[in-house]
Design a protein around this ligand. Sequence first.
Ligand SMILES: *[C@@H]1O[C@H](CO)[C@@H](O)[C@H](O)[C@H]1NC(C)=O
Ligand SMILES: [Ca+2]
Length: 224
Amino acid sequence: MDKLLLWVSVLTSLPEAFAQKDLSRKVFLFPRESSTDHVNLITKLEKPLQNFTLCFRAYSDLSCGYSLFSYNTQGKDNELLIFKDRIGEYSLYIGRTRVTARVIEEFPTPVHICTSWESSTGIAEFWINGKPLVKKGLRQGYSVGANPKIVLGQEQDSYGGGFDKTQSFMGQIGDLYMWDSLLSPEEIQFVYQGSYSLNPTILNWQALNYEMKGYIVIKPLVWG
Ligand SMILES: *[C@@H]1O[C@H](CO)[C@@H](O)[C@H](O)[C@H]1NC(C)=O
Ligand SMILES: [Ca+2]
């Protein structure tokens, strides 16, 4: 009986033990273009999202288009997608609809990206290296679906797959945090400056649950 109880507690605590790693001052390095290498970010998100803020750092010298953050739900492609179209151009997709924001940027240079969306107004925001870009609106009244597959390094065309080498990411990604709320402009600045004590509710780089698939390496963050 005691043995059985021990086993039950080991089995139930194992996933938790594997679950969360603190990746502070570390990045995922995607060292090559491929249609396979990727990282799955795992989160328990059981209710549709009306508001969110997502922030992370990225460093790449690709000049063609690539996926930065791909979030699909069952049967719904591009439910939430951050795509870099070209130098100085960032797109946010919500429910397969897209807005694009433009910024003058040096190339190649490390970038800190925050993006947010609010269902009640449909307003999407981008903040690039702490600087707010022109706001646009899309999908007012929509809710982003729950139980997502979230992929770094590849762009999904199905639920957790359907990758395309020409949209893959090569470079480094770190400091990724996601909230189910809108951060204030002051909070966005805190995050940009490296302060994350804001309780990220969906994804937390300091307690991250993830799976690395293929050629992915964890390295220290030496920029940004
Ligand atoms: C989303 O934000 C709006 C205001 O920006 C707020 O009224 C609403 O309650 C929020 N929804 C959730 C589920 O937090
Ligand atoms: Ca897609």
